[in-house]
Write a protein that binds this ligand. Structure first.
Ligand SMILES: Cc1cc2nc3c(=O)[nH]c(=O)nc-3n(C[C@H](O)[C@H](O)[C@H](O)COP(=O)(O)O)c2cc1C
Length: 184
């Protein structure tokens, strides 16, 4: 038997083979709501034969978005959207973990609520560019310059844990919450 086809353990999970699908941003979510589309359920279910799927990076709070048409997992509609994905994968016997991805300073006001400036641990702009829906639809490959940064402080950090609690409604370390949210 090809060793890749052999089952293996990952913590408390048994993977039916050793093929793990890497996280890949697909940019197929509804851009306004961050809800994964029905196409996402189809896409991941088609790949359920992997021992483990790690989803595309998913923002855990509205300020964590950094790419157009990426999904979130902080609202109930997004969580319902992800449940459609996990149910489709589980129906085929697959295992799927959700990758939490807060983009921090790699973002742009046009991607964020009320066109807020990105937040990051320090107010240091990244030396890079991001794609926005408006620019990419008019002129593919022409990004906006990075905006000025807003540092995370005690006051604007405070809402984050509550947002995460609302997203996952579970105690325990983030890795556990991720796995549980992805399975539920
Ligand atoms: C289209 C595309 C989207 C990607 N999106 C993510 C992502 O959402 N999260 C992440 O951690 N890595 C992402 N990656 C990185 C891949 O996971 C990475 O390419 C893969 O693990 C293979 O590693 P390598 O490119 O170093 O060989 C993405 C890569 C590609 C090509």
């Amino acid at each position: 038997m090809n060793p890749l086809d052999e089952p293996t353990r990952l913590g408390r999970y048994t993977l039916r083979n050793r093929l793990v699908m890497a996280p890949m941003t697909r940019s197929r979510a509804d851009d306004a709501s961050g809800v994964p589309s029905p196409l996402a359920a189809q896409y991941y279910a088609q790949r359920a034969e992997a021992g483990l799927i790690i989803t595309e990076g998913t923002f855990p709070s509205p300020m964590g978005k950094g790419y157009v048409r990426t999904p979130g997992i902080h609202s109930s509609a997004q969580i319902e959207g992800w449940k459609r994905v996990t149910e489709a994968v589980h129906a085929k016997g697959g295992l799927i973990f959700l990758q939490l991805m807060h983009c921090g300073r790699i973002s742009h006001p046009s991607l964020l609520p009320a066109h807020a400036s990105p937040v990051a641990p320090s107010a240091i702009a990244a030396n890079g560019k991001v794609f926005t829906a408006a620019r990419s639809s008019r002129h593919i490959g022409a990004p906006h310059a990075m905006p000025s940064m807003q540092a995370l402080t005690g006051s604007n950090c405070t809402p984050l844990p509550a947002t995460w609690r609302n997203s996952f409604c579970l105690p325990g370390p983030i890795s556990e919450r991720t796995a549980t949210a992805a399975r539920s």
